[in-house]
Design a protein around this ligand. Sequence first.
Ligand SMILES: Cc1cc2nc3c(=O)[nH]c(=O)nc-3n(C[C@H](O)[C@H](O)[C@H](O)COP(=O)(O)OP(=O)(O)OC[C@H]3O[C@@H](n4cnc5c(N)ncnc54)[C@H](O)[C@@H]3O)c2cc1C
Length: 659
Amino acid sequence: MAKVLDSKIPAGPVPEKWKEYKAHQRLVNPKNKLKLDVIVVGTGLAGASAAASLGEMGFNVINLCIQDSPRRAHSIAAQGGINAAKCYQNDGDSVYRLFYDTVKGGDYRAREANVYRLAEVSNNIIDQCVAQGVPFAREYGGMLANRSFGGAQVSRTFYAKGQTGQQLLLGAYSSLSCQVQAGKVKLYTRYEMEDVVIVDGRARGIIAKNLVTGKLERFSANAVVIATGGYGNTYFLSTNAMGCNCTAAIQCYRKGAFFANPSYVQIHPTCIPVHGDKQSKLTLMSESLRNDGRIWVPKNIEDAKKLQKGEINPWDIAEEDRDYYLERRYPAFGNLVPRDVASRAAKERCDKGFGVNNTGLAVYLDFSESINRLGIDVIMQRYGNLFEMYEEITDVFPGEFAKEINGVKYYKPMMIFPAVHYTMGGIWVDYELQTTIPGLFAIGECNFSDHGANRLGASALMQGLADGYFVLPYTIQNYLADQAVWPKVSTDLPEFAEVEKAVNAEMDRLLNIKGKRSVDSLHKELGHIMWEYVGMGRTAEGLKTGLKKMHELEKEFDSNLFVPGTKEGLNIELDKAIHLRDFFTMGQLVAFDALSRNESCGGHFREEYQTEEGEAKRDDENYFYVGCWEYQGKGNEPTLTKEPLEYEAIKVQTRNYKN
Ligand SMILES: Cc1cc2nc3c(=O)[nH]c(=O)nc-3n(C[C@H](O)[C@H](O)[C@H](O)COP(=O)(O)OP(=O)(O)OC[C@H]3O[C@@H](n4cnc5c(N)ncnc54)[C@H](O)[C@@H]3O)c2cc1C
């Protein structure tokens, strides 16, 4: 029997509670000369914005990242944009509408109150970033420009060409640097958190490895915040940066932090298809391209077969023989349906044999209509760097004129296919972003908080910056308020020594296996299992097989791994081995959660639970909850605790993107 968890959420959408936080903010301000220390692990958009804000508010911040500069965090990969309910287009947008779209996009599995707060602060984020000098795209008249992303019928996405994440991170980094200069933030680059230290039931510090010297170091503080990103790389091939890992989150999970909704993994519909088994990374083509690109496959199976064999080209197929399947199936949203819907629709076409490319595992994203309507210059202004990136990888320039049929000019299309991209699941947090371990907070992609079973495009940056600039800096004070009377714990405490010893012992264990398999070969095999059995379409039987295979492969990892080198100095293979150890725990967690959730919702698609039209079939009677998992030791099934979802402002209904 699963336990029931109290999320400590104030009832309903939050205005009253929000005022309390604002009042609280006045109690703790820089002039109070606080002596409270906070560790922030991560310098992506969530971590950098949180560290900068906490520093600005007077806390002493220790900020760590694994890269050589905060500017190289994975967040720089974000291309398309960031949502906000400014309604600059005068198209009927509002805080409520952004809130509603996000809850609906998440297939009614998000916590309602959190999403309302997110929508509320969305506008502040844009103001903050503009004030920092982030060069958002502008209209000719100087107003900030917008484009549309999936799951919305308004234009609310702010962007900086195809480099929104990078520009936002530069903004956050400039604030962070200001606090470094002011002495409020101490930055540790090339440091990796290996474990969290718990003293008397509270998170009081971390053990981190200096990645250059290999030495372990102890850090203590009044609270620890992890902002360490998602776990998409469990699948080996994903659009995530190669360094993305879930070690910090999994170590917190092992220490008692609940892990929520791990099965909610986002598979993005517009990625460059896999092109061989030597590949270690997939590339995203931003969802923003669906504003002007149309997705299609041939109507006739014979054409698909010819395309697969390379006997014809896409531009040989006339308009009437193209199946713009998203426009056909979802007339109201067309190419801008949410990602889970678009990915499943692509899979459905490819499964039926209509896929293109020599593998049959691709569909076209075609800009012919928009180039004919707007001209190539406008299209290049909007997506130039994405077209160039596509050309660099595939040697095809998507705007190149190819052929004219019946007076219609056709240009070379992109080929795309779904790939693992984002993880909605993450460390469970309450409304104040605190985990089940007092004093340990989780923000950004590494928590589960706002996206339910499916994240809408341009909402991750919004959430990361909402958490970092506008939520955590206030809510953490509710925890820290009574910490001011506590002395900071010493790193000489036995608790620190014990954790450090255990981390050391783990590194020795991995180095001493001295087997024959490289980290990457095992990781690739884990990725195959994940994609095959825990991927886009899941079944109870497949998940059980996947779990069995993962268990066997983990044994192989424990007995036949080869890690060259030593603990001293830089040892990237050792760091990767530690990450892989944790991807095994993560992969099994995803499978356990997927197996326990006998319904389909958002990114979690159980083939047994679908409508006649192949849409996800939810079971609100039995699964209207956040699934929170508690670690029970290696190899053991974790236990499930349920946080019931309570909706007051939004009526829970079946998602409809057709009309
Ligand atoms: C290709 C791509 C395009 C995207 N485009 C968009 C978009 O247009 N709009 C949008 O809203 N979202 C987009 N996303 C999603 C978005 O970029 C991410 O969800 C978001 O940037 C995550 O930010 P974060 O701060 O939570 O984590 P990250 O940016 O992943 O940062 C994690 C940080 O934690 C550090 N770290 C990790 N582990 C440790 C450890 N153990 N010890 C110390 N430090 C550690 C890393 O060094 C890093 O600094 C995109 C994602 C991808 C992959």
